[in-house]
Write a new protein. Structure first.
Ligand code: PEP
Ligand code: MG
Length: 747
């Protein structure tokens, strides 16, 4: 190939397009295409191999090799240079194929005479569909320009393959997105659910890969890049008040959006005959292949950013994928990641959520939990594997996602869902009965809430009230600090909808993982141990005062429960309570009606508070054990860190004995005590907590049924005896003993 690569590949693409326009069968088109490529590149052989199944490639068309080998020659992914190209997703270009590592001789093709070999992966969005191969007798390496021209052609082939224009008869490639797939992730919100995929950011389909007029395509690209830059600048402006990480991400976006290299590569693609959107997709595909091979997490994140930008650019160019698509019924949302406000927009219409990334402690997770929507995170590949409308089953107990499940999986899953539904019906029959154990001990069950959307669950769950209302959620899902009047209205609605049942409002617990988008984040080495919750409230009391005032007003004379989070020592509780008293006094002076009673309590989330002076226990009206935090500090194991968060069992004897001590102190001083961490909603844990003396538990509404069911069928004295025996024996955790006991007594 001697002429300029641009014009050469453009000519080639034009011929390809003409070939595609012919009204012929898929095979005839493939044959025509390989002839065209071989002729244009003046190389003796051009062949196309496509995947037959996940492990096998098949020769589907050739110019130059024996025609009898077509659809006969097959090779495994781990065989030959073709296999190597497909496996690695990288170009193999060698002058001396027979002496190159991995070469496999296939006599039926008659390829022994060919020395030079170049294999180019046919890829779409990082997924390899097949391999385009050129071979020649002369021992020469194909030039960079030739390889580039072939890459452009491979890109078009991938598009045509995707559109089914080349693959009639190849069920495997045709059915790429029809096969069942099982993907694994981590559980962020439990629950088992079935539905249909709704992509938060739908894939863009490039329907016209070719373009005749490069000038016009360049102009389109320029305009689209300008629009992209403006939107990224807006993002950056919005992120200025966000966390350091958020700003960093957006700044990298901006850097990419202005990247000359990225633009130059796309310009070259356009010059070679691709449309602007095909050029964007070609570069995106290359980046995706790199992404899959980069071990470094930071670099991978940056490549993800580029991928996101390419998606935005594609949407601008094609006008596709603005999220206006109708939400199907039984929608299961699939996204790379999602913000809490966006998630709230979808609200309860979703049956489940699967995220490619995400974190257990992210705001989206907090919202999903509040809405009780099953959520599986860290599911690699889900955004590329899933297509809108795909049937999907989400196992939020195991962290497994079944995409386009086959009949066996469907049957097993349907059984699981049916069992759950059956259990729900069973729980509904005991909804209005007390959680009284067989020994006669009554345990009060309350629900945790944080959004207005939670309140409808109060009557249906059978909860006696709201044991923990996380007020920070309202702050987290907004872009601006809510005003006092808004808070008054919200808290009033919450109290109204509780219909006389008590609601324990916990004052703002921000800091640590809960960073408000509009508050300057603090650069803290250990945010969980840092400036958070009541520490912020006492040091900068403005927001705390506003919140207390809003709560007092919202009560409109009714009783009010206020709880301070993360109290580590007596003095903090006293200071916080003093703020509340001052607020009451101000309200009185202003002539507002005061609540008929104000009950004040604290969260016990730090081990230190368990050892506070007796006077503290006498003064505080009620305490609630925040088991999530208490456990993390007790075992020194970060609740957000996947590696350690499940390492220590809640039923570890040390932890249970610690809980027992706290119960003991509260009994002596007659202080009301409850437990409101996630463990309260796990039946076995709840049973053991009750056996240790807890008489009030607060949990997700969906857990109330299962917990009540187990408590009503158990004798707490017997459970306590089992725990004591296990402790005396030196067991590390009482779980095996309790499980055995449950099994032996029949469930
Ligand atoms: C806890 O720590 O157990 C708790 C209930 O509070 P949060 O999960 O909001 O930190
Ligand atoms: Mg906590």
């Amino acid at each position: 190939m001697t002429s300029s690569p641009d014009s050469e590949s453009r000519k080639l693409l034009r011929r390809l397009r003409d070939a595609m326009a012919e009204d012929s069968s898929g095979q005839a088109r493939l044959d025509h295409i390989v002839q065209l490529i071989a002729g244009s590149l003046e190389t003796e052989v051009c062949s196309i191999y496509l995947f037959r199944d996940a492990e096998t490639l098949e020769l589907c068309a050739t110019e130059g090799l024996n025609q009898e080998a077509v659809h006969q020659t097959r090779m495994r992914l781990n065989e030959g240079l073709v296999g190597r190209t497909a496996r690695t997703g990288k170009v193999v270009n060698t002058a001396e194929a027979p002496s190159t590592r991995g070469f496999r001789y296939m006599p039926e093709t008659g390829e022994e005479v060919f020395s030079a070999f170049a294999g180019i992966p046919i890829q779409r969005l990082g997924e390899t569909l097949g391999v385009l191969v050129v071979q020649s007798k002369t021992a020469r390496k194909y030039s960079e320009d030739e390889i580039y021209a072939l890459e452009v052609v491979a890109m078009v082939l991938a598009e045509m393959t995707e559109l089914g224009e080349l693959t009639a008869g190849n069920d495997y490639v045709m059915a790429r997105h029809q096969r069942p797939a099982m993907l694994k992730g981590s559980v962020a919100q439990e629950g088992v659910t079935v539905g249909y995929v709704h992509l938060h950011e739908p894939r863009v389909v490039v329907t016209s890969p070719f373009a005749d007029d490069p000038e016009q395509e360049l102009a389109r690209l320029d305009t689209a890049l300008d629009t992209l830059r403006v939107s990224v600048d807006q993002l950056l402006a919005g992120a200025q008040s966000g966390s350091k990480d958020q700003i960093e991400v957006v700044e990298t976006y901006r850097m990419f959006a202005n990247s000359r290299g990225w633009r130059r590569r796309m310009e070259a693609d356009i010059a070679s005959g691709l449309s602007a959107e095909a050029a964007v997709e070609k570069e995106q595909s290359t980046a995706r292949t790199r992404l899959q091979q980069v071990p470094d997490a930071y670099l991978r994140d940056r490549l993800h950013d580029l991928d996101d930008l390419s998606n935005r650019l594609l949407r601008i160019l094609t006008g596709q994928g603005s999220s206006t698509t109708e939400l199907p019924s039984d929608a299961i949302l699939i996204a790379r990641n999602i913000g809490p406000a966006e998630l709230l927009d979808y609200g309860r219409k979703l049956k489940g959520i699967v995220l490619e990334e995400g974190a257990v402690g992210s705001h989206a997770t907090i919202v999903a939990r509040a809405l009780a929507i099953p959520l599986v995170i860290n599911v690699r590949g889900i955004t590329t594997e899933a297509l809108t409308g795909d049937h999907i089953m989400v196992d939020g107990e195991q962290g497994i996602v079944h995409l386009r499940p086959d009949d066996t999986v469907k049957a097993a899953f349907t059984d699981k869902v049916a069992m759950q539904a059956e259990a729900q019906t069973r729980y509904a029959t005991i909804r209005d009965l007390p959680a009284t154990a067989l020994c006669g001990t009554k345990v009060s069950l309350h629900m945790n809430a944080g959004l207005m959307a939670d309140l409808p669950s109060l009557p249906s769950s059978g909860a006696e009230g709201v044991g923990l209302f996380r007020t920070e959620l309202q702050f987290l899902v907004r872009n601006q600090m809510p005003r006092r009047a808004e808070l008054v209205a919200l808290y009033k609605r919450v109290i109204d909808s509780a219909g006389g049942k008590p609601v324990v409002f916990r004052t703002l617990d921000i800091g640590s993982d809960k960073v408000l988008p509009y508050m300057k984040p603090n650069d803290e080495p250990n945010p969980a141990l840092g400036w958070r919750a009541i520490r912020v409230g006492l040091d900068k009391p403005g927001v705390l005062r506003m919140q207390l005032q809003a709560l007092l007003r919202a009560a409109e004379g009714r009783p009010l429960h206020v709880m301070f989070p993360f109290v580590a020592q007596f003095e903090e509780y006293r200071s916080a309570k003093a703020e509340l008293e001052k607020a009451q006094e101000r309200e009185r002076i202003l002539g507002h009606v005061l609540p008929e009673a104000v009950h004040v309590g604290a969260m016990l989330e730090t081990p230190s508070l368990a050892f506070a002076p007796r006077k503290f226990f006498e003064e505080v009206e009620f305490l609630s054990i925040g088991g999530n935090d208490l456990k993390q500090f007790f075992f020194a194991a970060d609740r957000e860190n996947e590696r350690v968060r499940r390492r220590y069992d809640t039923l570890n004897v040390s932890f249970l004995s610690f809980i027992e001590q706290i119960v003991g102190r509260c009994v002596t001083t007659d202080t009301r005590l409850s437990f409101c961490g996630e463990d309260a909603g796990r039946p076995i844990e709840a049973l053991c907590l009750a056996a240790m003396g807890l008489r009030a538990l607060s949990m997700r509404p969906a857990s109330i049924g299962p917990v009540k069911h187990l408590l009503r069928r158990s004798n707490l004295d017997e459970v306590k005896a089992v725990i004591d025996t296990a402790r005396a024996r030196g067991d590390q955790s009482v779980r095996p003993a309790v499980m055995d006991w449950l099994r032996n007594r029949g469930g």
